[in-house]
Design a protein around this ligand. Structure first.
Ligand code: PLP
Length: 424
């Protein structure tokens, strides 16, 4: 007899980013509340990574739950080609109000990778529709934009992408302009921009998440975007991770004076309730698809495009995002992270601490770093043993908490991170 969730799961499921032969059994979760997850065997974990960066308001938020259940009883789904519905219209209106002024149109999909695919396809077809031969994309080294083929192509080529290498399209990679590297990046970008075939530049603004929470300044990014826009090259902000408060403002692009042509969102968009992706575009991009000639149409869509329940979840999440208390929580967490980071400065085992808003990353001192470094599993297990869910990226441990996390819960997370130094 297989009774527990964990045991039954092991007979039928295949988990993401998991070596199924050697990974420990999955932990059965029965419910969540606020920042806490409850297991079937009576344990509790503080979800310090917001379950892959999505649950910005914590788990099972009653306001979102209520709105979602109302929507389920009203209209659960309708084809979005030729039809529309209130949640999709209202969500587009409200999202656009929060974004840089030039953002004029919303295209729905259903996760972060597809939001990126849509942006890449829009950028390439923008040029194609004008009969221009601009087909090359620029991306940052180390970036991660998702797991579908287009998104993989513009991501760091690594152990993740190696089996598919021959099917990934060619991309021009730029070094990330971390402190000290700004001039190199700028010079390389200027050289690329002299070419005639560059279509677009895609970037994770301010923080490259999967790369290990690698951070760079808004001033440098603004300068890079200015260079691109001066040459008419499209710029695509992938705010799938940074959107909805992560960097201390509602969006990372709120730190910039340049406006992106295309923006990608998912993760925090529904507060972690439903799978939804959004790509927004400027009017100029949208206009380039308008024609009496039907071949200029954007031929892209998913069965679940603009699912009304997902849009309703997102509307409820936006109610919370638009509150003053949302910004207050971002400040509270940012200040708390900064204070903790200062206590770690110069301590043995710590290579460097980085922080942007609610994102805090600690890089532990190890000789050779790699995705498979044995320290990674030790750090992960130590956190779990202490009731905290952290998912280190190699030797880098980061906190990306739900904004409802209490100060006491934050202190507990920091305590575990402090303890991790003993493993180094
Ligand atoms: N873009 C960025 C910046 C991300 O961090 C991620 C996921 O981590 C994605 C895109 C892909 O999103 P999803 O996992 O929803 O496909």
């Amino acid at each position: 007899m297989h009774n527990s969730l964990s045991e039954r799961d092991q007979l039928v499921n295949w988990h993401p980013y998991t070596q199924m032969q050697t990974a420990p059994p999955p932990i059965g979760i029965t419910r969540g509340e606020g920042a806490v997850l409850f297991t079937e065997d009576g344990r509790e974990f503080i979800d310090a990574v917001s379950s892959w960066w999505v649950n910005i308001h914590g788990h099972a938020h009653p306001h979102i739950a209520e709105r979602v259940s109302q929507q389920l009883r009203t209209l659960e789904h309708v084809i979005f080609a030729g039809f529309t519905h209130a949640p999709a219209v209202e969500l587009a209106e409200r999202v656009l109000k929060l974004l840089p002024q030039n953002q004029a149109r919303v295209f729905y999909s259903d996760n972060g990778s597809t939001a990126v695919e849509v942006a890449l396809k829009m950028a390439l077809q923008f040029w194609f529709n004008q009969g221009k031969d601009k087909t090359k994309i620029i991306a940052f080294e180390g970036s991660y934009h998702g797991d579908t083929f287009g998104a993989m192509s513009v991501s760091e080529r690594s152990v993740f992408t190696r089996p598919f290498q021959q099917y990934l399209f060619e991309v021009e990679f730029l070094p990330v302009p971390v402190p000290g590297e700004e001039e190199l990046t700028t010079a390389q970008l200027e050289k690329l921009l002299d070419r005639e075939d560059i279509a677009a530049f895609i970037f994770e603004p301010l923080v490259l998440g999967t790369a290990g929470m690698v951070m760079y300044s808004p001033e440098v990014l603004d300068h890079l975007l200015e260079l691109c826009r001066a040459k008419g090259i499209l710029v695509i902000a992938d705010e799938v991770m940074t959107g909805f408060g992560r960097t201390g403002k509602r969006f990372a692009c709120d730190y910039l004076s340049q406006e992106p042509d295309l923006m990608c969102f998912s993760k925090g968009l529904t507060g972690g309730t439903m799978a939804l992706g959004v790509t927004t575009s400027s009017q100029a991009i949208y206009d380039s698809f308008l024609s009496e000639d039907k071949t200029k149409t954007f031929f892209h869509g998913h069965s679940y495009t603009a699912n009304p329940v997902a849009c309703a979840a997102s509307l409820a999440s936006l109610d919370l995002v638009e509150k003053q208390s949302f910004l207050e929580n971002l400040d509270r967490i940012s200040v708390s992270h900064a204070a903790f980071a200062r206590t770690l400065e110069g301590k043995p085992g710590i290579k460097v601490c980085r922080q942007t808003g609610t994102i805090l990353a600690i890089e532990f001192e190890v000789g050779q770093t790699s995705y498979f470094h044995s320290l990674r599993d030790q750090l992960y297990n130590l956190a779990l043993e202490n009731g905290v869910l952290l998912r280190p990226l190699g030797n880098i441990v980061y906190v990306l908490p739900p904004y409802c996390i209490t100060n006491a819960q934050l202190e507990k997370v920091y305590g575990v991170m402090e303890q991790m130094r003993n493993l180094v």
